[in-house]
Design a protein around this ligand. Structure first.
Ligand code: SF4
Ligand code: SF4
Length: 543
């Protein structure tokens, strides 16, 4: 038998290793965070000429002369000067109604291109080293921290692990720091990417695996971070839920979908001259599907492009509803989708923060369906515009339909829903709103699948009420804010539009009360009919 002394000292060693892992991760994160301050940017006339269109170059050559004499240490410094000049010129052109000369490409994108080409700082000169010092250290540190859990947290199974006493997971100061980092990262990524030009540059060694010397874009940095995060946090998820086969298989599947379809194929297909599309991204989540440039791109890319176009339509119109009928929306939200995959891996420590209040159920129903209506209307406008572009390729972008500009509507949707809601709020707010705020309140595809799941599906979670000890684990860990315990106490089946079938309620139940099942539609609500949100709150509705 092992002596207690040895056991204690081994635990101390493990904890030391664990905190060393945390230290390594934080060091990598710190270096990642300061990379934008290590630039050396001097934009010459040749660089401006090489990166700008003929029209942009003609407009900006002289006004940029002053800026190109200066050396900047940060992309932020260059970008703000560049945008000032760019906007002054553009405003003048608009005031003079010289529409042919107006520059429509966003100034942030043009500033990023220039900084990427002109940067000669320490990061740009040592890309591989900085890749290892950032991505490498973060991956190593996280894995060390996560793997020690195997020993420190003891045998498999969910325990009361103090999530509400830990400032990282109870909206305490560590959680607020994580929120601040994520929030600012998303704001910069979407709206001021030139600030992180050095950070984008350090992914060049990986980008070169796919296309040698092609400059990585901000979306390559994001895709790489996203995929690596899911892989590392997927290991954590598997270790945490290793007592539950459903969680192990589901986690491996969703991580592989991200790695293969959302990252590798998107990078590899263009090397064969094919469109780099994420084939699992279904409308209306893929709100750009009917944008004129996307349709033109697909139809101009031979048989494969046409296949992707037809597949995109079939996926949304046939595959999605049929699969939801048989398996519920879990097949997509918890097994395939990248947003769901990040929520289930990176977001898992925050799942208990989703509100279970009645008002949040009411809010969720209004918000998600309004976003769906917005997505449908936007698509009608954009589809009509795209159709007209095919009839008349010279068509003006500013086409008006029923008094609205299709171009403006798509820009509003892209900004409000695509960037602010799905990106900044959807992921940035994990440490505050829980891990599925986007899926629960904003995703139009989840709303569409939710309607099918609620009214025409074989999926339900059955509850063996007699076994329930009302511990509340299931409700605590439900990321969609469903009060699972209330159903279990009544012995009612759970049939809710918002349930993403993650199965964690079932995995954390100590009594095996909850089972995710697909069965005949008849009787899926159980004996007493569905539980609905009535005027008085949570109530039973007769079958
Ligand atoms: S009810 Fe269960 S399966 Fe559905 S979302 Fe909540 S935790 Fe996941
Ligand atoms: S269903 Fe399971 S986890 Fe939920 S309250 Fe009952 S015993 Fe606890």
């Amino acid at each position: 038998m092992e002596k207690p002394f040895n056991k204690t000292s081994r635990m101390k060693q493990l904890k030391t290793i664990r905190y060393t892992g945390m230290g390594i991760f934080l060091l990598g994160l710190l270096i990642f965070t300061i990379t934008p301050f290590l630039g050396e940017i001097q934009v010459t006339d040749e660089i401006i000429n090489a990166n700008l269109s003929e029209n942009e170059y003609a407009n900006l050559k002289e006004p940029l002369a002053e800026i190109s004499k200066q050396t900047y240490n940060t992309g932020a410094g260059f970008g703000s000067d560049f945008k000032r000049v760019f906007n002054e010129v553009n405003e003048r052109l608009k005031a003079n109604e010289e529409w042919g000369k107006v520059m429509w490409t966003p100034s942030s994108d043009t500033a990023l291109k220039l900084v990427m080409s002109a940067n000669k700082g320490v990061v740009a000169s040592n890309q591989l080293l900085f890749f290892l010092l950032t991505f490498g250290l973060c991956i190593l540190g996280s894995l060390v921290y996560i793997l020690t859990d195997l020993k420190i947290k003891g045998p498999p199974g969910i325990k009361n692990d103090g999530i509400y006493h830990d400032s990282a997971t109870n909206r305490g100061w560590v959680g607020m720091l994580a929120f601040g980092w994520l929030f600012f990262f998303y704001i910069i990524l979407y709206f001021y990417p030139y600030i992180i030009a050095d950070t984008i540059t350090l992914t060049q060694p990986i980008k070169s695996w796919f296309v040698e010397d092609e400059v990585p874009s901000k979306w390559f940095l994001y895709g790489l971070m996203y995929t690596v995060t899911m892989l590392v946090m997927g290991v954590r998820m598997i270790i945490k839920y290793r007592h539950n086969k459903y969680q192990i298989v589901r986690t491996i599947t969703v991580v592989l979908f991200q790695l293969i379809f959302a990252f590798l194929l998107v990078e590899i297909l263009p090397t064969f001259g094919l469109p780099g599309k994420d084939l699992k991204n279904a409308w209306p989540l893929d709100y750009q599907f009917l944008f004129d440039w996307n349709v033109q791109d697909l139809l101009a890319n031979g048989q494969f492009g046409k296949f992707v176009f037809v597949w995109g339509i079939s996926l949304s119109v046939i595959v999605v509803p049929v699969m939801v009928y048989f398996y519920g929306k879990r097949w997509y939200c918890s097994w395939v989708c990248g947003c769901g995959g990040l929520a289930e891996t990176l977001g898992d420590p925050y799942r208990q923060l989703s509100s279970k209040k009645m008002w949040s159920w009411k809010l969720e129903r209004w918000m998600i369906h309004l976003v769906l209506v917005f997505a449908v209307l936007m698509t009608v406008f954009v589809g009509y515009h795209t159709w007209n572009v095919f009839q008349n390729p010279e068509m003006e972008n500013k086409e008006i339909l029923f008094g609205f500009s299709a171009y403006d509507i798509r820009n509003y949707y892209s900004f409000l829903i695509g960037s602010v809601f799905a990106g900044v709020i959807g992921t940035g707010f994990y440490p505050i709103l829980g891990n599925r705020a986007w899926c629960r309140f904003g995703c139009p595809l989840a709303a569409y699948m939710g309607i099918v799941q609620r009214f025409k599906s074989r999926f339900r979670i059955t509850t063996n009420g007699g076994q329930c000890i009302s511990c509340g684990n299931c409700s605590t860990y439900c990321e969609q804010g469903i009060d699972v315990r209330a159903y279990a106490q009544k012995g009612q089946n759970i049939v809710r539009a918002s349930c993403v079938g993650c199965g964690v309620c079932s995995a954390v139940c100590p009594r095996g009360v909850l089972k995710l099942e697909n069965g005949p539609e008849d009787g899926r609500f159980g004996n007493e009919g569905p539980i609905v949100l009535g005027n008085q709150g949570f109530e039973l509705k007769d079958n």
